[in-house]
Design a protein around this ligand. Structure first.
Ligand code: FES
Length: 957
């Protein structure tokens, strides 16, 4: 056989700095100085010399298996692998000699002789490192045929819906195995067999889908051949162009390269220079993007007079004109405050900014809110009160310098998987771990990671546990006295210290309430206070409680008390649920705040916006989402513009939400799909996915990253354009030519954004706010040298138990959360092959509780709360503690929020999703409403009949 390979340039990527000390050596006559510990291969790359390689990459530790990167070193015998040989001072290295060339060609010839030579039909043709390296070592012909033993008939594993594993192309370089271990931390792959029999094996020689593989795609990225290959590349072919953009799923905000063929996405690959993810990804961002062109997308505007009428497709012009006339009619009849808007935290910063501007300037009120209301609004309040600003204090990278990691109310391996992997890597390096969670989440024990303390508290008792931790720190003399004296308000500290020192706040006194043995609380407190750099990461398991804001403040208290704010490796880090929760809060999407967290009652701020927008602003805060529902049921709130949020599925107490929506006269839903909320809508405006628009997202680190349009909007307009057109129809033109102009206005009017521009983001890759005159390149770590509010403020955190108590009728506590493969209400992920991992919500229940009720794994069980009832299948699991059950909420037919109540946080109205008293009983089938005839339908019919008879009566008069 004879094959010609092309010459290529080898990309060695960004150099990895390993030490402050340097060594100088000579490589091919070029003198080069590199940090001590740098490999000879990397040193050569620094000197502009490429050494052929196959098993080495910049993202993984060197392995030294392929023997292609051999070099000669003066005074040393043999030809060592340059990837595993550290550079030393005075070394003289030769990378190009006849002997080396011959050796490399020989090695490559052996690889190629056991590799299918169908380059021209191979999906990676032109993007294959084996092909490239064959060219680099000058291999022109392969002398050996396929006569001897080979792997060419090895079986393909097609079990994973997103990628294939074609063992015939595997060169056993181990990169996939190392990527799974080092980057992802799942350890799902091994090399089984020895010598010639060696092969990559998922789990115990299982198909990928049956193994522990989490489909993060790290193995596919790492593979230098077409062994592990995206099925979309095989189907569509190699991409032709690409753009860097930001994932639209969770608050990690991973940078991705959208690789395209024309207007079709071929694949999304994690961006190596993405500062939030550094080349890693999870199954959602990497593979679950097919929803963007799913057949369910609605691409034509639609209107209907009544929700019992069929939808009628109309032109955009008619939809805008109809909406504007309805909103103006309703305001004329019911008053200026009878309308409002909700904008999802999935939307871009620019879209969020426009919606609050539309409400404030065109509707003339402050009735604007965002779904951050139902997730992290307590973070805004709690961190604002204690530190002076509503934001996480660190970069994700900061965890690499943490000695102690405290995770409370968060499940990073499912909810924020890319950061979860980073956290696990630090734990494998030796950092200590405290987990505070009612469930035994994966972080408690996973390969090579084990929590030092798991405080398995009862749902609803976070404040009691956090205050007990503080009690130990205060009473055992573990306070950071100097730090507190220098940086914190002494009066507030004194009052707090006296409060937490009280005997009734001790771990012993709290043990019955929290269910956590006192010695565990004491051990965790000592570790957090004395273990070195200690960082807290928390999620919705902290905020979605009746004392959510109190718990956030208790966390801030702990960090201040131990001096763990204001440097790398420490801090208070809310893990934001959605891609742009931080941004939507920053953009003034709450009814009481203008962009930059400035209260609407502040006349100076109002004057700034009045001047820019040419209107007079209402100084009174508007309605929060739950207030909108109350007002709707009460008859004073009649029209809603809802962009990107499925409130019927995502908000608590679904019946209540449905009743509120049916009480309104005009509901406008702007979304990708006809979601649950659209069932109650009168106008449907097609939304655009993150692939169809320009803009920015701000992640949990305050990092502002670009979202780039890679395909035209399927409905014709990007979301920001729709809001502008609607404003124009309402008589308030917002004539932006592009989202960059919107960001320029945000930067002009918002002090923490003064230095932000698309040009700067393009230059730096991303930028963390505050970014202004005093921090022109942004602020990775906050509160260095002092708190934003001046002196850090300790706040007393009296534990008050939730009203949602177990009773004889409702003896179990239900708590909720997310799973890796699905995302929130599932509108996106349910329309992808991610369903193959999780096709329905299930109820996790402890074996004792299951046995008491005669429930077996897989049985249908009815769950009843005082708000409602639903039916799910049971999973009997020891991850739960007795007395607590758990479910996800990704499927509308599960109706998890049919049973959650409308209890909420005392400060922010964030719903108490995490605690619902329920009874669970075996049943034989799904409940009545789940079978198609919903109680909402009944209520809907009844209300429609009442409205019709009221209209008829009015006509007769
Ligand atoms: Fe060094 Fe493979 S690249 S041995």
């Amino acid at each position: 056989m004879s094959t010609v390979f092309r010459e290529i340039e080898i990309d060695y990527g960004t150099p990895k700095r390993v030490s402050d000390k340097t060594v100088t050596l000579d490589i091919d006559g070029v003198s080069v100085t590199v940090p001590e510990g740098t490999s000879v291969m990397r040193a050569a790359a620094e000197a502009g010399i490429s050494i052929p390689k196959l098993c080495a990459t910049d993202t993984l530790e060197a392995f030294g298996s392929c023997r292609l990167c051999l070099v000669e070193i003066e005074g040393r015998r043999g030809t060592p692998a340059s990837c595993t040989t550290p550079a030393e001072a005075g070394m003289k290295v030769k990378t190009q000699t006849d002997r080396l060339a011959k050796l490399r060609r020989g090695v490559m010839e052996l690889y190629i002789s056991d590799h299918p030579l169908d380059c021209l039909t191979c999906p990676t043709n032109g993007d294959c490192e084996l092909q490239d390296m064959a060219g680099a070592v000058g291999l022109r012909n392969v002398r050996y045929g396929y006569e001897g033993d080979n792997h060419l008939k090895a079986q393909k594993d097609e079990s994973n819906p997103y990628f294939t594993y074609d063992a015939s192309k595997c060169i056993v370089c181990n990169r996939c195995v190392r990527a799974c271990e080092e980057q992802q931390g799942t350890f799902a792959l091994t090399i089984s067999g020895r010598g010639f029999e060696s092969r990559v094996s998922p789990g115990q020689d299982q198909p990928f889908m049956e193994s522990e593989c989490v489909s993060c795609g790290a193995c596919v990225n790492a593979c230098p051949t077409a062994t592990l290959e995206e099925k979309t590349v095989i189907r569509i072919g190699q991409p032709e162009h690409s753009a860097i953009t930001t994932c639209a799923y969770c608050g990690v905000g991973c940078g991705f390269k959208a690789e395209m063929k024309g207007n079709t996405v071929v694949r999304m690959t994690p961006w190596k220079d993405g500062q939030a993810n550094e080349g890693h990804s999870c199954i959602k961002g990497r593979f679950a993007w097919g929803y963007a062109t799913h057949k369910d997308r609605i691409t034509k505007p639609m209107i209907r007079k009544s929700i019992s009428d069929p939808w009628r497709e109309v032109s955009w012009e008619e939809a805008f004109a109809y909406t504007a006339s309805e909103f103006r009619r309703i305001q004329a009849k019911y008053g200026r405050d009878s309308v409002g808007g909700i904008v999802s935290s999935r939307c871009t910063n620019e879209e969020g900014y426009l919606v609050q501007k539309l409400v404030r300037a065109a509707f003339g009120n402050n009735n604007v809110d965002t779904c951050a209301r139902v997730c992290h609004s307590p973070t805004g309040y709690g961190l604002g009160q204690t530190f002076g600003t509503s934001a996480g204090t660190q970069t994700f990278k900061s965890v690499e310098q943490s000695d102690v990691i405290l995770v409370i109310g968060a499940n990073p391996t499912d909810g924020h998987p890319v950061f979860g992997s980073r956290m696990k890597k630090r734990l494998r390096e030796g950092a200590r771990l405290i987990v505070i969670d009612p469930r035994r989440i994966d972080m408690v024990k996973s390969p090579h990671v084990k929590a030092d303390f798991h405080l398995q508290l009862k749902p609803g008792t976070n404040v009691a546990v956090l205050t007990a931790l503080a009690h130990v720190i205060v009473t055992e003399g573990l306070l950071a006295d100097e730090y507190i004296a220098e940086r914190c308000d002494p009066k507030a500290f004194g009052e707090w210290k006296a409060f937490v020192a009280r005997a009734d706040n001790s771990p012993e006194a709290m043990a019955d309430t929290t269910g956590v043995p006192a010695e565990l609380v004491r051990g965790a407190a000592r570790l957090y206070a004395t273990g070195g750099n200690a960082a807290i990461y928390y999620g919705l398991g902290v905020t979605e409680h009746s004392q959510g804001s109190t718990a956030v403040m208790a966390i801030a208290n702990l960090a201040m008390a131990t001096g763990n704010v204001g440097r790398e490796g420490v801090g208070v880090n809310p893990l934001r649920g959605q891609n742009n929760v931080q941004g939507s809060c920053d953009m003034g999407s709450f009814p009481h705040e203008l962009p930059g967290y400035r209260h609407i009652s502040d006349s100076t701020t109002r004057a700034l916006f009045e001047d820019a927008w040419g209107v007079t602003l209402n100084p009174e805060p508007g309605l929060r989402i739950p207030n909108m529902f109350e007002a709707a049921i009460g008859g004073s709130f009649k029209a809603l513009y809802c962009e990107g949020e499925d409130i019927v599925q995502s908000d608590p107490n679904t019946q209540h939400v449905a009743e509120a929506l049916m009480s309104m006269e005009c509901i406008v839903v702007q979304d990708l799909f006809l979601n649950e909320t659209a069932k109650y809508a009168h106008v449907f405006l097609p939304g655009s996915s993150f692939l169809e628009k320009d803009g920015t997202f701000t992640n949990a680190e305050r990092r502002i990253s670009r979202v780039r349009k890679v395909m035209p909007p399927l409905g014709g307009y990007s979301d920001w354009e729709v809001t502008c057109k609607l404003a124009e129809a309402l008589g308030y033109p917002m004539p932006y030519r592009n989202p960059e102009e919107i960001m320029d206005e945000i930067a002009r009017l918002t002090p923490t954004f003064h230095g932000v521009s698309y040009r700067k983001i393009d230059e730096l890759g991303s930028v963390q706010w505050p970014c202004n005159e005093s921090a022109p390149e942004g602020t990775p770590t906050m509160h260095i040298g002092g708190f934003v509010r001046g002196k850090g403020r300790f706040i007393i955190t009296q534990y008050i138990g939730t009203d949602e108590k177990v009773t004889r009728m409702y003896p179990l506590l239900l708590t909720t959360g997310r799973i890796l493969s699905q995302y929130n209400v599932g509108a996106q992920t349910r329309r992808t092959d991610n369903n193959q991992w999780h096709e329905e919500d299930r109820l996790e229940i402890h074996p004792h509780d299951a046995e008491d009720r005669g429930i077996n794994d897989g049985d249908w069980v009815g769950i009843k709360s005082r708000a409602g009832e639903t039916v799910l299948r049971a999973v009997v699991s020891e991850r739960m503690q007795p007395g607590v059950v758990y479910t996800t909420f990704h499927f509308p037919e599960s109706g998890a929020n049919v049973i959650t109540t409308d209890n909420s946080d005392w400060a922010t109205n964030c719903p108490e999703y995490k605690v619902t008293a329920v009874q669970v009983m075996p049943v034989t089938q799904p409940s009545e409403w789940q079978q198609g005839y919903t109680r909402f339908n009944k209520l809907q019919e009844q209300l429609l009949r009442e409205r019709e008879s009221a209209d008829a009566a009015a006509t007769v008069k």
